[in-house]
Every structure is written in structure tokens, then in C-alpha cells.
Design a protein around this ligand. Structure first.
Ligand code: FE
Length: 342
């Protein structure tokens, strides 16, 4: 009987150990990212640590709403976006907590870090101009502002103004040049559109290949994805365009960049695991996986971009505090509405 009691209590102890292990052996991500590389990263992390990564995917505003509604009971540990502006918004709404990890500090480029310490970058991307190699001379390109000049009438392709990448670009113009200049830019660019905005960034490049326009504003990594595609149509589109980094002149701000970044949620139930994942994603091995799978630029400066991306050369980045992209977002949306940019 004594032995039996001992057996039962050992069994109960073991049970409670397993329970604790289960609780702390997972992480819940709310992610705006939509790339194949993410699943590879989480699988590698799971394999290395035994920590299971659960992902909820939606757009950033939906995820922010969800975090707000769930409040203290939110199961989310990490909020991942493709826009620093949304991280700024989440931190402004008191949904994030500061992160302090010497490993992350060491891993990421300090120029890309949140000055307030609420989020960390994992990759960055430039919003660039691509041009038809057949019909445009790169010497005629210079700035985002130059895209509004008469010579590009009916030539410019760009996706809808409801898209987060365009909103971040316009927010950067508001921050750098003011509301009037930003309004003028948006209104005049619409006059040069080759067609009403539709489709994704990749679709704009395909439209250049099909002769529907000569220039497009797109995120840099989509060109890497097209050029490494196994689909003939995508390869052809990628090869039809040249890459141009705008605003490189001495008095210019540099090309607009944005980060994909992560914030630790205010009430993260699995905080230690969440920090481990952040450390993992900024490590050299995971950063190499990003650059060679999604063709983004690495947040870790000891990692080189993919060969395809490296060929485009280095460029001057707009060094605007990326939180400003969130601060000016609603202003940018207001300007878009008035400009007629659909
Ligand atoms: Fe994207």
C-alpha cells in the first residue's frame, strides 16, 4: 500500500512536470508575414529547441485589433509585421513590452533598431524603381519625385494605395518633405499612371514585361523572387527589368526602406521562449536562410545579401526613424484619398 501511494504521488508529480513543460514549450506568433521562408525558420527553431511555434496570420491592423480585444488574456507572445509603422502603432497602444537581450543587441544593425526598444528588426527591404531594360535608359531616372515628370506620362505602374508598402512610402515622404510636397507628389504621380492600380508588386513587373508600362515602384525582394523563380513567366518578368535605387543624390534622403520586425507582447505567456525565437531569427544561420529564400536584406550586418541582390550594388538608405512611418500613416492615407490614387 505504501508503495502504491508512492507510485501514485510520483505519477502525479510527473504529470505536473509534463504540464509545466507543455505550457512553456510553445510560442504563439501573430504574424503579418506571408512568405515561404517563415515556415522554414519556425521548423528549424522547433527542431533545435523543441519549442513548438504556433502561427496566426492576418494583416497587421487585424492582428492589432485582436491583441487589443484579447487584452491580458491574449495567448500571443510575439507580433511580427512587414512594417515598422505597425509596430510603432502596437507600442503606442501599449500592446508591447521592451526587449532586452544582449544576444539580439549584438545580432542586429543598430541603425535599424527601434530607438524606444519595443521592437527588433529581422530583415529590411527597399521600395525601389524598376524599369524596362528595352524602353528606359537608367540615366533618366533619379528620385521618387522625378516619376511625376512629364516624360513618364502613362508609363508608371504601382499597386493600390490601400497597400501598406505604398502607405509607408508616402509616410516617409510626409516625414521628410512635409504634407504639401507629399500631396503634390501623389496627385502628380496619379497623372502618370499607365493604368488604374491593381495587383501585387510582382504583377507590376509582369505588366512591364507585357509592355503595359515602363516603370514600377516595388519592394526589392520581389525582383529576387522573380529572378529565382521556376516559372517561365516570372523569370521573363524579372529579366525584363533593371533595378534602380531612387534618391541617391548628395542632397537626397536615400531610398525608402522598411523593416520586417518583431515585438514582444505586453503579457506574453511564454516570454523566455519568445526571446529565444527572436535571438534565433537574428542569428547568422537564420539570417542566411532569409536572404537566400526571401531575398530580403539581413538585419544582421555580418550576413551578406543573396548573390542576386548583391549584384544590384549597395545603396544609400533613408535613415528616417522608422517609427515615423506609423506616426504619419493616417496623414498618408488622407493624402492618397484626395489624390485619386485608387
Ligand atoms: Fe511582401
Amino acid at each position: 500500500m505504501k508503495n502504491f501511494t508512492l507510485y501514485i504521488s510520483m505519477f502525479l508529480m510527473l504529470g505536473s512536470c509534463l504540464d509545466t513543460a507543455k505550457e512553456s514549450n510553445e510560442i504563439n506568433l501573430y504574424s503579418q508575414r506571408h512568405y515561404k521562408v517563415d515556415e522554414m525558420q519556425y521548423a528549424a527553431f522547433e527542431k533545435q529547441t523543441g519549442i513548438k511555434v504556433n502561427v496566426v496570420k492576418a494583416n497587421a491592423d487585424e492582428l492589432i485589433e485582436r491583441l487589443k480585444n484579447e487584452g491580458e488574456n491574449s495567448p500571443a507572445d510575439l507580433f511580427i509585421t512587414v512594417d515598422a509603422g505597425k509596430l510603432q502603432k502596437a507600442s503606442d497602444l501599449n500592446l508591447l513590452q521592451k526587449i532586452s537581450s544582449p544576444i539580439i543587441n549584438q545580432n542586429v544593425d543598430s541603425a535599424l533598431k527601434d530607438v524606444n526598444g519595443y521592437w527588433i528588426p529581422i530583415t529590411y527591404r527597399a521600395r525601389i524603381i524598376v524599369y524596362s531594360k528595352d524602353r528606359v535608359n537608367a540615366d533618366d531616372l533619379s528620385t521618387y519625385a522625378n516619376l511625376t515628370s512629364e516624360e513618364w506620362k502613362n508609363k508608371v505602374l504601382v499597386r493600390s494605395s490601400s497597400n501598406a508598402y505604398n502607405q509607408a512610402l508616402l509616410s516617409s515622404i510626409v516625414a521628410n518633405k512635409g504634407v504639401d510636397a507629399a500631396s503634390k507628389w501623389a496627385t502628380n504621380l496619379v497623372k502618370n499612371f499607365a493604368r488604374d492600380p491593381k495587383g501585387s508588386d510582382r504583377d507590376q513587373v509582369k505588366a512591364i514585361a507585357a509592355g503595359q508600362g515602363d516603370l514600377a515602384i516595388v519592394n526589392s525582394y520581389y525582383i529576387g523572387l522573380l529572378l529565382s523563380s521556376e516559372k517561365e513567366e516570372e523569370l521573363k518578368a524579372g529579366n525584363s527589368v533593371g533595378v534602380f535605387f531612387p534618391n541617391q543624390g548628395e542632397n537626397e534622403s536615400g531610398s525608402h526602406i522598411n523593416v520586417s520586425g518583431i515585438g514582444l507582447t505586453k503579457n506574453a505567456p511564454n516570454k523566455d521562449n519568445a526571446i529565444k525565437l527572436m535571438e534565433f531569427l537574428t542569428s547568422e544561420s537564420a539570417q542566411n536562410t532569409y536572404v537566400n529564400t526571401s531575398y530580403e536584406y539581413p538585419a544582421n550586418p555580418s550576413v551578406e545579401p543573396n548573390e542576386i541582390v548583391k549584384k544590384w550594388g549597395s545603396f544609400k538608405k533613408d535613415n528616417l526613424d522608422l517609427n515615423q512611418l506609423g506616426v504619419y500613416r493616417s496623414k498618408a492615407i488622407e493624402i492618397f484619398d484626395k489624390s485619386g490614387w485608387k
